[in-house]
Structures are given as C-alpha cells and as structure tokens.
Design a protein around this ligand. Sequence first.
Ligand code: AMP
Ligand code: GLY
Length: 430
Amino acid sequence: MQLNVLVIGNGGREHAIVAALAKSPLVGKLYCMKGNAGIAELAECVDVDYCDLKAVGDWVDAHPDVGYAVIAPDDPLALGLADELEARGHKVFGPNKRAAQIESSKAFAKELMKKYGIPTAAYETFDNYDDALAYVEKGKLPVVLKADGLALGKGVLICETLEEAKDGLRRIMLDKAFGAAGNKVVVEEYLTGKEFTPGEEVSVLTFTDGKTIVPMIASCDHKRVFDGDKGPNTGGMGTFTPCPFYDDAVAEEVKEKILLPTVRALNAEGRPFKGVLYFGLMRTPDGMKVVEYNARFGDPETQVVLPMLKTDLMEIFLAVTEERLADVKIEWEEGACVCVVLASGGYPQHYEKGKPIEIGDLDEGVFLYHAGTKREDGVLKTNGGRVIGVCAKGATVAEARKKAYRNVEKIRFDGMQYRKDIGIKYVRAH
Ligand code: AMP
Ligand code: GLY
C-alpha cells in the first residue's frame, strides 16, 4: 500500500526531497507545508505555519490519509515538531527536540564534543559580555564568534581584528542582532585548512536511526555571498559533489573519529538521534575537525546529493523511523552534480520580492530546484532571498558546472545575483 506523505518546509532542499519522494513507488500523494511554485508541480501545497506546532498537529490529525511526515527545516525541529506529531501517533522523519539540540545550541554541541573527545576547534562559552570581551582581548586572531542559537546560518562572525571582534560581541550579546540566539556566545579558535588556506570544508550528511549511521556522498557548500569567498555568510550560494579531498582514507578517519563517536555520545546522553545528522567538517593540519552539526539535510547540499541517490528515499526514511537502517543497502550514482543558487539582489541583507522570473528553454538533463518562488496570476515571481538552484549532473564537476552555468544564463529576474565560481576550486585542483 502506498503512503501519502507530508513534507514540511519551503526551500530548494524541500523541492529536492519532494522530487526524490515523487519517484518512489512507496509514495502516493505528496503534500508540502508550505511549499513553493516548483514544489506545487509535484505536491499539494498547504498554507499552515510550520512553526506553530499545534496548527501542524491539528492539520495532520484532520488528514488521516497522510501516513508520514518529513520535517526538513531547523526551526520546527528545534521547537519539537517531531515530538508533537509522534505524541499524536503519527510517523515522522526528523529528530526530537532533545536530539535536535545538537544544532539548536552551539554551546551544547561544543560541550558534547569536548566531553566525548570529538575533534573540533578549541572554544569557551560565555553568557556575560564583559567576560567574553576579556577573553577575546587576551586571545589570538582571527577569532570566531558564534551566537548560541539558530540564526539562519548568519550567526557566525569571523573576526580578523580586535575591533571587529569587540564590535561582533556587542552586536550579538548587547544589541541582540540575532535575538535570544545571542544570549550565549561561543568564542572559538579559527581553523585553517590543511594547506593553510581557508575553505577546505566539506559537508557530510548522514542517515542515522540511532544505531547505524550511513554517510551520504560528501559535498561542498559556498557560504559567502560573493565570488572568491568574499562578503557575509549566507544559507549557501551553491554546492557540488564529489568533494576533491574526501577519499576513502578521509572517510574512514571521519567515520571512526567523528560519526560513530557522535552517535554514541548522543545515546550516552539519552538523546538518541533519528533522522539526518549533518557534519560540517574542516580538513586541518591536525586532521578532520567538526565545524558544526545540523539536525537535518543541508540546503543547498541536498540539491546535489539526492539527485545522485539510486536507492528509494522513502525506503530509507521508513527504515530510519523503524530503526532498521542496517538492513538497507544505500547506493549512489558515479559522477558529479553541481547546483548554482540564483539569489535576489541584496541577499543576505535586505532584498525585494515579487520580481517576475523568466525561464528560457533549458538543456536536457538540467533541473531546477525552486527556493523562494511563488506563482501569482500565472506568473512565476521571486519570493525569498535564495530563489532557484540550477542543477546539472556530469561525468566530472567541470562538465556539470559548465552545463549548469550555460543554463543559468537562460534565467532572468530583476536584481538576480549568483556566484560564478561554484566548484571552480575542484576544477583547478584536478
Ligand atoms: P557554522 O554556521 O558554524 O557552520 O559557521 C558558518 C561558517 O563559518 C562555516 O561554514 C565556516 O566557513 C566558518 N567557520 C565556522 N567556524 C569556524 C572556525 N572555527 N574556523 C574557521 N571557520 C569557521
Ligand atoms: N548549507 C548549510 C546548511 O544547510 O546549514
């Protein structure tokens, strides 16, 4: 019997999840709360605020044809939407509130790593501005300041000078630029890459049912808004897979020193994690270290990872929920995939919405994942900071990126901005 599935979220990541589920023979009708114009072609979009736990619970209760819910974004997971739906007897994909704290509190994540010997940057946590300031004044530069709570990927400041660090602490802790997320701050050592260059980062998304952990193919994000990793951090401006340095030896090191110890640590703390656990890692001169954990699929990592998945995604989701992930063989396509994010002018700061989007004839095999889009009177319009991800596969990253960029030029909206160097490091390195 097929299951009708509700996917919660409204970005490019959710479009990629919905597209993968739409291919599954196990899945019947798809719903998406709230969805976007791209998702609307595959799923019935539901206009309910997914951070209102009661409203979501009531909607699912009122739709007994829905047999499964996938919670994709960080906010509802942090608020405990998985707990709410499970308490009402529904099957979900996504960690409960206690397990999701690995993302929603950076201080909690750092303490966990310290306690269980998981490699990460040295740090101190402060809830008092004067103490934090005194520590920063004595410490080394650059220094990394992280608001404890969720801040749309923008709560991390890398400060090159003492002035910047002082200003950052003031913004986070006194001006509350990220709201209550800044009640505590993690002050962290700045990690450099193995070749002493910044940016040797890799995202490893994993499926875990709390017993078994299965890494997906590794991918690389581009967090800064401008080419050459300049400008402020964003949610992510583009991704590619595979990652140039993530060979079998590195994967084995990560599994033994980071993935398995993290799952064991969460179990030991009475917070078994079921869902996607995302490891943001840095290759440093002392080996692989954790930069961040997320309690969910990454965005836009998912847009290059799921298209390479050969196994039925719904089969994996059900195995995670039922704690039998060890029985599923998860397989991936060979080759590469690239996603270039088209964003609204001004993102990640102020930007306008409602700009009409023109899309020309795309080459065969190129696919779009919508993020901030809506359809108004039949016209496709922008509706967010990140608007559309243009994705292409190829035998190599070079081939995939060429194909993606050729098609980027066929899409237009007022103020459109994108990075022109997604995946370029890989092409240069090989
Ligand atoms: P996060 O939200 O913790 O992933 O941080 C956002 C980005 O800031 C990361 O993807 C890194 O590029 C950078 N970053 C965070 N922590 C560090 C660190 N300790 N050293 C160097 N870069 C970092
Ligand atoms: N792309 C990074 C994230 O999803 O947090």
